[in-house]
Design a protein around this ligand. Structure first.
Ligand code: DAV
Length: 373
């Protein structure tokens, strides 16, 4: 019997071991934030969100919450412990000595903010001003884990200044065009500069001893170096995906399913040099199936590739969004049991099934999957 002294609440080393305890986000009071440099760099040039900000329509919030609640109930029905964030007031401005922005965002995607590595949960620096205080919605949960689990390490990365020096002004235009964006991202010229360490937790994939981190709009090289120094028992690898004109977060681009198998977005292939780590250790990188939709839902930041944003429950079981029939079919053929989860009407609040969750406990230990480096 676990006693208070030895109770383990927080433990998760990878993206696929059996999931037992998870945080599922909420759509409450979600806002479209006002323009700011990093956000302007990311909102697609043809997006319906350009030029508008403020609280999202309540009926869309209610619908999003209904789907998130159903997802949480389904997971509980499978025996998982599910916790939910406590939303703060996202209509409030974020003001620091260095910057001010008139509203915040929300707490639907805990994956962006919280990085669980073993017995640690690390709050990311974040790179948008509107997301500077987002960790507060998770603090009541983390406080509770800290009291329950004597080995839980609650960490917070240095809060960034987020002055204008953090952003390349070239990205401020909404008329850059896809061609130029692709040229820029191919030569790793992203919206964020190297002024100070920046990372979002959703740029990190956990493979036991190895952490794979996307260098892009939301994570810079100093952010990756900070992670390397912080997780000194791990090997930290920087990757980038030149086919993505808006590279934020790795989880609609590169999706590990189980040991030895990764889906890669065919429009954003991992460069040959960076594939070696995986292929020389006998991991297969498979092109993901195409998305079922031609465009994202209304007022959504993310691309149609949220089709790949799946949540693995264990190495044989995966949650896939209900309308993503091609992705479901592919995973079924790859031998996975597929659980359909309706979530598309919640995408606009911050992403798909992987985004809207954060691991607290998966069974298993830290293993070395890439002994040949
Ligand atoms: O393809 O728009 C979305 C990632 C959300 N966490 C994309 C990336």
């Amino acid at each position: 019997m676990p006693t208070k002294e030895n109770k383990v609440v927080v433990n998760s080393w990878n993206e696929w071991d059996p999931l037992k305890h998870v945080i599922v986000g909420r759509a409450d009071n979600c806002h479209i934030p006002p323009p700011e440099p990093a956000l302007d760099g990311k909102v697609p040039e043809d997006s319906d969100m350009r030029g508008q900000w403020g609280k999202r329509p309540q009926e869309t919030i209610d619908k999003g919450n209904e789907l998130l609640d159903n997802f949480a109930t389904m997971l509980e029905g499978r025996g998982l412990r599910v916790d939910r964030p406590i939303p703060t007031d996202f209509s409030l401005p974020v003001t620091t000595p260095d910057f001010s922005t008139e509203s915040q965002f929300g707490c639907m995607p805990p994956r962006d903010v919280l990085l669980t590595v073993g017995s640690e949960i690390l709050e990311a620096t974040m790179s948008y001003r509107c997301r500077w205080f987002e960790y507060l919605s998770y603090r009541p949960l983390l406080k509770h884990y800290w009291e329950e689990d004597p080995n839980f390490r609650h960490e917070s990365a240095p809060k960034p200044r987020l002055t204008d020096a953090d952003y390349h002004s070239d990205y401020l235009s909404d008329k850059i065009g896809e061609q130029k964006r692709l040229e820029w991202t191919a030569r790793k010229f992203f919206v964020t500069t190297e002024e100070e360490p920046l990372f979002d937790a959703a740029d990190v994939l956990r493979f036991g001893k190895d952490l794979v981190v996307q260098h892009g709009f939301t994570t810079n090289l100093k952010g990756i170096e900070w992670l390397r120094r912080h997780f000194s028992d791990h090997r930290v690898h920087a990757v980038n995906f030149p086919g993505d004109p808006y590279p934020i977060h790795i989880d609609a681009t590169f999706t590990p399913i189980k040991p030895g198998l990764i889906l890669n977005n065919p429009k954003r292939p991992l460069p040959a040099e960076q594939r070696k780590l995986f292929t020389q250790n006998n991991w297969e990188i498979v092109d993901a199936a195409p998305p079922a939709h031609n465009s994202p839902p209304a007022l959504c930041y993310s691309s149609v590739w949220l089709s790949m944003n799946v949540l693995v429950l264990d190495p044989k079981t995966v949650c896939v969004e209900k309308s993503e029939v091609y992705q479901a079919e592919q995973l079924d053929k790859l031998g996975m049991e597929v659980i359909e989860v309706e979530l598309r009407d919640a995408y606009a609040f911050g992403g798909g099934l992987h985004c809207c969750t954060a691991d607290v406990y998966r069974e298993g230990k830290c293993e070395d999957y890439f002994s040949k480096q």
